[in-house]
Design a protein around this ligand. Structure first.
Ligand code: 0O2
Length: 208
């Protein structure tokens, strides 16, 4: 197997960092505009990252691919990743709509793990997008993944990730079942808080 040259990897990383900056800038402009128009910000906070090399090797190997530049570019869709955390469920769909209106960011695939949670219990809304990056050689469209979820979904996913990574192999069945039950409990809490928020909004309106 041909080893990846350091220079090739650096050039790829440069492109990914540029894509992340472009994505962050576009998102921030769209959100500022949304807030200005609606007097409301649907986002609590945003996290972003470039996938680590170790994670890339692990994911490619798991998918049965060799670790090459071509395979990183073609098979890893979340080298550039942004996670948008919202307070309430409907905010997720407001953010999705906002991104659908972007002139620059092109959505090419979506995964709705909210309507169809994964069998681990994971729920989130994923958009796979192409981000234009202007380099000296010309324009390049870089794959990126945007994960949009509520605070509650993020709480579950972050802790589940930590628990799962403590194991080298498969997490024991009884623990998996309990983690899944926690996801159901958290989704229920999400719905309750949304209901309470609606009630407060209705009360506020009736007082005006
Ligand atoms: P990390 O550490 O977040 O980078 P694809 O990416 O489409 O080729 P894949 O991996 O099947 O294929 O995509 P999927 O499952 O739609 O989304 C992958 C990402 O979603 C994961 O990235 C996680 O960030 C998140 N995710 C998916 N399932 C789970 C889950 O059960 N628990 C948690 N905590 N997160 C999940 P990575 O690369 O696995 O990890």
């Amino acid at each position: 197997m041909r080893k990846i040259k350091e220079e090739e990897l650096e050039s790829l990383l440069l492109k990914y960092h540029a894509a992340l900056k472009t994505l962050e800038t576009e998102l921030s402009i769209l959100l500022q505009d949304f807030e200005f128009q609606n007097k409301y910000n649907p986002v609590e906070h945003i996290k972003s990252r470039i996938k680590s090399y170790d994670s890339v090797v692990k994911k490619l190997t798991k998918k049965g691919y060799k670790v090459t530049i071509k395979n990183i570019e073609e098979q890893i869709h979340d080298m550039v990743g942004i996670r948008i955390i919202c307070a309430f469920l409907p905010d997720i769909y407001k953010v999705v709509q906002l991104l659908e209106h972007s002139e620059h960011i092109k959505i090419y695939n979506r995964k709705d793990y909210i309507t169809h949670p994964k069998n681990t219990g994971y729920s989130s809304y994923h958009l796979q997008v192409k981000v234009p990056v202007h380099l000296m050689k010309g324009i390049s469209f870089v794959n990126a993944e945007i994960q949009i979820r509520t605070l509650a979904m993020d709480f579950w996913a972050s802790l589940e990730h930590k628990i799962r990574y403590k194991f080298l192999g498969e997490v024991p069945q009884n623990i998996q079942e309990n983690i899944y039950k926690c996801a159901l409990d958290i989704n229920e809490l999400d719905r309750k808080m949304l209901f309470l928020n609606h009630e407060v909004q209705k009360l506020k309106q009736s007082l005006h």
